[in-house]
Design a protein around this ligand. Structure first.
Ligand SMILES: C[S@@+](CC[C@H](N)C(=O)[O-])C[C@H]1O[C@@H](n2cnc3c(N)ncnc32)[C@H](O)[C@@H]1O
Length: 216
């Protein structure tokens, strides 16, 4: 630990810990230096370096995109000046515009928003990324249900809309029904792997399911 925040500067212990963690996190520093909007960008970089998904995709959907780190990586790797690629991002929250990305604002649980996403895509996506995580309310059972329901919505959307041969990357939380989802995905994808990027905080229970070779 390099930087410590004293009690005089921030009264609440949880706020001091958060600021300390940000100040001492090498991925926060690297994101700032490299112009990424979030440290989360490095998680997609690691996923894509290992599984090589973005370059192959013509139509990409990024769910839970704000503030835009993953979309920046997708735009760099998929667009790269190539004509004819389509990238759509969506979130409850607004994002500042990113070159090459069409943004749809709204709640993914809302059918109208899903319809706008499909309209924006115009074609079946070959890659669906979901880094969505619901805002927690601090009530363990409610938070657990919200996480499972959001992941399930993303998985159902992928099963109904992915192009054949397409890929689906989804953030799940250990203990959040990820084993069930893993076996469900195995029935409709050629291969399903789980992956914990180095840039994902060790203390976080998040991990990513990477499903490739969509069959039906
Ligand atoms: C960890 S952040 C995503 C970070 C992003 N991948 C990046 O690289 O900057 C999770 C996002 O999920 C979004 N989210 C949560 N519930 C959602 C919902 N029901 N519909 C759409 N987005 C949602 C949040 O607003 C939040 O921006």
């Amino acid at each position: 630990m390099k930087v410590r925040i004293t009690k005089g500067r921030l009264k609440k212990l949880s706020s001091r810990r958060w600021v300390e963690r940000q100040l001492n996190d090498p991925f926060v520093a690297a994101a700032k230096k490299q112009g990424y909007r979030s440290r989360a960008a490095f998680k997609l970089i690691e996923i894509d370096d290992k599984f090589g998904l973005i370059k192959k995709a013509r139509t990409v959907l990024d769910l839970g995109a704000a503030p835009g780190g993953w979309s920046q990586v997708a735009a760099e790797r998929a667009c790269g000046g190539t004509y004819g690629r389509k990238l759509v991002a969506s979130d409850l929250l607004d994002i500042a515009p990113i070159n090459g990305i069409e943004f749809v604002k709204g709640d993914f649980n809302d059918e109208e928003v899903v319809k706008r996403i499909l309209d924006a895509l115009g074609d079946k996506p070959d890659l669906i990324l979901s880094d969505m995580s619901p805002n927690t309310v601090g009530h363990a059972k409610t938070d657990h249900i919200r996480i499972i329901s959001l992941v399930k919505s993303a998985a159902d959307f992928a099963s109904n809309n992915l192009a054949l041969g397409g890929s689906f990357v989804v953030k799940v939380f250990q203990g959040g029904g990820e084993q069930r989802l893993l076996s469900d995905l195995k029935t409709s994808f050629g291969k399903v792997a789980h992956f914990k990027p180095k840039s994902s905080r060790k203390e976080s229970s998040e991990l990513y399911l990477i499903a490739t070779g969509f069959k039906k």
